[in-house]
Design a protein around this ligand. Sequence first.
Ligand code: OAD
Ligand code: ZN
Length: 241
Amino acid sequence: MEDGRILVFTGAGISAESGLATFRETGGIWTQYNPDEVCNIRVLRQAKDDSAQRKHIFSFYNLLKKHVDEAQPNAAHFELARIQNKLGREKVIIYTANVDDLFEKAGAHVIHVHGDLKNMNCMACSNVWPIEQQFNHEDRCPKCNSRLTKPSVIFFGEQAPNYEYLLRDFHLKRRKKNDHIIVVGTSLSVVSSDMLNINKKIINSGTSILINKDETPDDYLFSHALQGKASIILPQLLMNI
Ligand code: OAD
Ligand code: ZN
């Protein structure tokens, strides 16, 4: 690869081989849980302090956190960490929609666009504070004492502040012909190829590579759409860096 930036965006599929479930595949998280019940900001805001609804939401994120805490990065996380540490953070910019910390465990710097499982947020004053082990539905905000607290995962219907950086870095005005885009393990149904400005008809845009286990309706927009496991394809793709 020539000397441009490598812009990476990853979804749940990159962590599948670490044993974490994806969302929309058979047996995926959204086939077992209704996102309107556990990931909808309006529902959480309306749930009373000690309601079954609020407890259900918190126990869902505690279960997710338990799986995440037990998981280890796979070869795909390690390979991206390796090239980032070799070329530098300005050259290899990694965004993820995943709330797991497998990139961090692999030694990479990553920007989470859908939040994480390490903190609590206050919806009243925007305060953020770290949790110890588990999310507690009774925790009040240590700053303003509000009961409107939530895990620091971005819910549907909520602003995702880090989209701003994602949109900026993937913006055509900032992209050069020798920039390369690698998109891994996502159905592109939330962060879309439109948001990432992927379209091989765009003049002056560099290579765009999609790596997924399955085909997506947007495969044709990328200059290369590769089907297979991220942990096998990424090390092969990047081995000469
Ligand atoms: P999806 O479950 O929608 O898509 C997972 C993708 O990973 C599919 O395209 C699979 O083909 C691919 N995949 C599975 N195993 C793989 C492997 N071993 N190697 C490579 N690819 C593999 O998950 P996302 O696109 O990440 O948002 O979902 C996007 C968002 O939907 C999530 O961030 C989450 C969810 O609602 C929020 O919670 C706000
Ligand atoms: Zn507060």
